[in-house]
Design a protein around this ligand. Sequence first.
Ligand SMILES: C[C@H](O)[C@H](O)[C@H]1CNC2=NC(N)=NC(=O)C2=N1
Length: 101
Amino acid sequence: MATRLTDNERAAALAELTGWSLVEGREAITRRFVFADFTAAFGFMTHVALMAEKMDHHPEWTNVYRTVDITLATHDAGGLTGLDVKLARKIDRAATAAGAD
Ligand SMILES: C[C@H](O)[C@H](O)[C@H]1CNC2=NC(N)=NC(=O)C2=N1
């Protein structure tokens, strides 16, 4: 099972992941993505869903029209692990490819 990042590792990950921030009151990271329209947002979500399934690591997310809010945490570990950092990087690349604002 993935192990939780140390305080130093968590700080380094946050410094590197632009746009992601810590959720208040819980060990998780979050980022908002805004797309041109619903089709672009849902296409992005489809891409992320397939990546997440392949990784067996899944986001918490909501979608309202062209906005997608994503929170990442490793539930099995009760906090942030390298899997969250890895998925966040992949999500950022998918968002760029889908033309996020
Ligand atoms: C059994 C299965 O591997 C686990 O439940 C996986 C599935 N996806 C997961 N996703 C996330 N974000 N955290 C987990 O701990 C997790 N665990």
